[in-house]
Design a protein around this ligand. Structure first.
Ligand SMILES: [Zn+2]
Length: 298
């Protein structure tokens, strides 16, 4: 990111609540609005436990799709095959940038029974939705793709590899050229509770996205602490991207004692964490110039 552009974007994000014409030649009525994001958190959590392939997951995906359509996005659906012949779905939408290079933001919308999954992961899904609204009339440098994944959580109790169905099948369906166009992927997963803001990876793929996020965070006084994702098959949707050689990272606030319990309700979410995550990602996405996208490539 060029220093001048970075300063301009940062000033826009942090100082001006009603941004006028931005340094990027586009406008947004209001930069990332934490209150709007929290409305999505409450709506998605209210569907209850969103078990993969179940009715509540499908309703939450429908809600997200309708929101995206209301901001002018064309929403696409992808069927996800689950064990036992059931199906889940991913949905995705894109804001074209000046470059065909894609920065992909992903968040799973399912939750682990019996949890209503407010933090895990209505928060990540809601940050994606509010970012999508925010940039709907912008033309950033990268093309921004927003993907809501189904079926991230483990389907069984013991097989730690039985998860990430939506994201794995998304990556598997990419053509080599489509895979090549993804300059970076960020999984936004559990961003509404905790004291430490982490950026994570399995350290088994390119680390350029991790480093780019860390550099941006430090430059705006929001440092991201690296924490290894030590799961044998990872613990979020960055896993299949990272293993496919795509620069990938997971952003997460830690730690939440309510994970995967009925206590993970909207009432326990720390909205300031959701807002901080959205603003960090917004600033990072809009700071990326052509040279930064080149630098992300492994
Ligand atoms: Zn999660």
């Amino acid at each position: 990111m060029r220093a001048a552009a970075l300063v301009a974007v940062t000033a826009l994000a942090l100082v001006s609540p009603c941004a006028g014409p931005s340094a990027l030649g586009a406008t947004s009525a209001k930069p990332f609005d934490g209150a709007r994001a929290m409305t999505h958190v409450r709506r998605i959590a209210a569907y209850g436990p969103r078990v993969q392939g179940g009715t509540a997951e499908r309703k939450a995906l429908g809600y997200a799709a309708n929101q995206l359509k209301s901001w002018g996005y064309a929403v696409r659906w992808q069927t996800v095959t689950l064990p036992g012949g059931r199906t889940s779905r991913n949905i995705y939408a894109e804001r074209r940038g000046r470059s065909a290079d894609v920065v992909l933001l992903g968040a799973h919308i399912d939750s682990k029974y019996p949890s209503p999954g407010a933090n895990d992961n209505a928060t990540g899904a809601s940050v994606l939705l509010e970012l999508a609204r925010d940039v709907a009339s912008m033309t950033p440098e990268p093309t921004l793709r927003f993907v809501l994944f189904g079926a991230e959580e483990m389907s069984g109790r013991t097989d730690e590899n039985a998860h990430h169905y939506g994201s794995r099948q998304y990556v598997a369906a990419l053509s080599p050229a489509a895979r090549q166009r993804i300059a970076a992927m960020v999984s936004v997963d559990m961003v509404g509770y905790g004291t430490v803001f982490n950026v994570r990876s399995m350290r088994r793929g390119p680390q350029t996205a991790v480093r780019s996020l860390q550099a941006y965070g430090s430059s705006v006084g929001r440092p991201l602490v690296f924490r290894l994702d030590s799961g044998a098959s990872g613990w979020s949707d960055h896993e299949p991207f990272e293993l496919a050689g795509i620069p990938a990272a997971w952003v997460q606030w830690r730690s939440d004692p309510a994970i995967h319990t009925a206590r993970d309700t909207a009432a326990h979410i720390q909205s300031a964490r959701v807002t901080a995550t959205g603003r960090l990602l917004r600033g990072w996405l809009l700071s990326l110039d052509a040279a930064d996208l080149d630098a992300l490539r492994p």
